[in-house]
Structure formats: C-alpha cells, structure tokens
Design a protein around this ligand. Structure first.
Ligand SMILES: C[S@@+](CC[C@H](N)C(=O)[O-])C[C@H]1O[C@@H](n2cnc3c(N)ncnc32)[C@H](O)[C@@H]1O
Length: 220
C-alpha cells in the first residue's frame, strides 16, 4: 500500500508537460506522432512500476543500471530520481531498424526532461551476430523492456547473444531484467535452458497475458 502511494506521488512529479511539448511539436511538424506516449502514459507508468517493485529499487542500495532501448526514458527517469546511477542505450539516428524521426523523438523527449544531463547514452544497434557490449562498465542491473531488437531471432541466437554479449556486462552478482513479448517467452526460456543460464521467469496476473518477465543471472 505504501508503495502504491509512493508511485502516485512520484508520478505527479514526472514532467508530463515537457513530454507534451515534444509530442505536440512532432505532431505539428508531422514527423512522428508520439501521442500514444501521452494517451497511454498511465499504462506505461504501471509497467515501469512493476519493474521498480519486482527489483525492489526503492529499498535496495543504489545500483549501476543500464537500460537498453530506453525509448522516451521513462524507466531511466524513475531510476535516476530514486538515486540510482543509470546509463541507457538507444539506436543511432541512422540505423537499419527504426526511422530517423523515431530516434529523434526519443532523444528530444529525454532532453526535454534533462535526462541527457544525468545519464550516458550509448548508441547501440543490436544484432544477434555482433557481441560487442556498448560500454566498458559492468552493471548491477541491465534492463530491457518492450524492446524489439530480437525480431526473427531463434533459440540459438538468444543463447549465444546472452552468453557472449550481455552477461559479460554484469558484475558477478548482477542480473538482467527482461520484459519480453509473451510469444517470445518460450524461446527465451528454451535459450536459457540450453545455455545453462540461470534464470527466473515471473508470471504476473493480468500483465502476464501481455508480457513475460525474466530475470537472468550471471552464472559466475
Ligand atoms: C517500444 S520502444 C521501448 C522503449 C522503452 N524500453 C519502454 O519500455 O518504453 C523499443 C526500444 O528498442 C529500441 N530498438 C529497437 N530495435 C533496436 C535494435 N536493433 N538495437 C537497439 N535498440 C533497438 C528502440 O529504438 C526503442 O528505444
């Protein structure tokens, strides 16, 4: 109950008016319609708060976090405001996966609430054949939520990429928090099992019909 109230107080402090300005600007210039980020803000907030609660980010000691594919940066904003040290990744403006305006929209949204001044952004174009981790740091927590870099990946792709790219980016007792689409969850679980990668699969009430949440641990 206490944390539900905390979520409300916290949500009220999010600079929604700044996001609104960026959404309006992109709408007027017809470059990217980001209206859904406002219309669906409550849902996005609730999804991010599920992560805050499962990861115990309020009570835990401050963590070094990498949020992969940060989008408008809502989860990163929450983590920074809670006092954690956060880096993020985003696609380069010119990339093979997303139109330029989408990345510009994400970048401008993050700038509007000054997230760019507190987090380091690594440009990372993820591919299952490239195992180069974007940062030289090791993280307590790597988060990936509603990311869609894994379209067309098979089980072997997941196993090899998690083992060779992602896990080396963790400190010894670090973990990955991955919210993947439900239809990908069987493959992700099979990938962990075939690679002998330690994991926990959460299944949560209503959210479980849409999302599936994995924690993946550093085996060392
Ligand atoms: C739907 S948004 C999700 C944003 C945010 N994580 C959230 O939960 O709201 C997908 C994110 O994944 C990024 N992305 C998509 N394809 C990617 C790729 N191949 N490599 C790296 N990032 C990618 C997008 O640019 C965007 O930041």
């Amino acid at each position: 109950m206490a944390n539900i109230k905390f979520s409300k107080v916290f949500k009220n402090s999010f600079p929604l008016n700044k996001l609104q300005t960026i959404v309006d600007y992109y709408h007027l210039t017809r470059r990217k319609n980001g209206r859904k980020y406002l219309d669906e803000f409550d849902t996005h907030w609730e999804q991010k708060w599920v992560a805050v609660e499962l990861l115990d980010l309020i009570e835990q000691d401050r963590k070094q976090i990498l949020d992969v594919g940060a989008g408008i940066g809502l989860f990163a904003w929450i983590c920074v405001t809670l006092g954690h040290k956060v880096d993020i990744t985003e696609l380069p403006v010119d990339n093979k996966y997303q139109p330029t305006d989408i990345i510009n929209f994400f970048d401008d949204a993050k700038k509007s609430f000054k997230l760019d001044e507190t987090v380091t952004t690594y440009r990372w174009e993820i591919s299952c054949t490239d195992y180069k981790f974007p940062s030289k740091k090791k993280y307590d927590l790597i988060t990936m939520q509603r990311t869609n870099f894994d379209i067309g990946w098979n089980t072997d792709d997941y196993t090899t990429w998690i083992t060779n790219c992602l896990i080396p980016g963790l400190v010894p007792d670090g973990k990955i928090f991955w919210v993947c689409p439900w239809k990908k969850s069987n493959m992700l679980r099979a990938a962990c099992e075939q690679g002998k990668i330690k994991y926990l699969q959460h299944q949560l009430g209503d959210l479980g019909t849409e999302y599936n949440i994995f924690e993946i641990y550093n085996n060392k």
